[in-house]
Design a protein. Structure first.
Length: 110
């Protein structure tokens, strides 16, 4: 794919953030609960959701796998191959890290 095709495909398969992320922002959530939320918020053909954590517990990425049409363009979300699934680095409890910039008490306004 060209760069334009790659980013166009990524935008077409944009993964919306489930409400549990907003509800548990700055807190810990069970891995299974987070996975289910991503699956429920998607269509029946959701494919896999790969959770990548920093330090094994701080959510840093949510990845999906996209199939390829005969012409090389992206098709739909699919089950990830085992090598990609092994990139899942989160444990059973995942922290949805709160960034201090989001806390008014931590931001000094001049």
């Amino acid at each position: 794919m060209t760069q334009d095709e790659y980013f166009d495909t990524a935008l077409k398969h944009f993964l919306s953030t489930p409400s549990i992320v907003r509800e548990k922002y700055g807190k810990t959530v069970a891995r299974d609960e987070l996975l289910e939320a991503y699956r429920t918020d998607q269509s029946d053909e959701y494919g896999d959701v790969i959770l990548v954590c920093s330090g094994g517990k701080y959510l840093s990425e949510v990845r999906v796998c996209i199939g390829k049409n005969a012409d090389g363009t992206g098709s739909k979300r699919i089950k990830c191959i085992s090598q990609v699934a092994q990139e899942d680095t989160c444990g059973s409890e995942i922290t949805l890290q709160k960034f201090y910039i989001d806390d008014d008490a931590m931001v000094e306004v001049k």
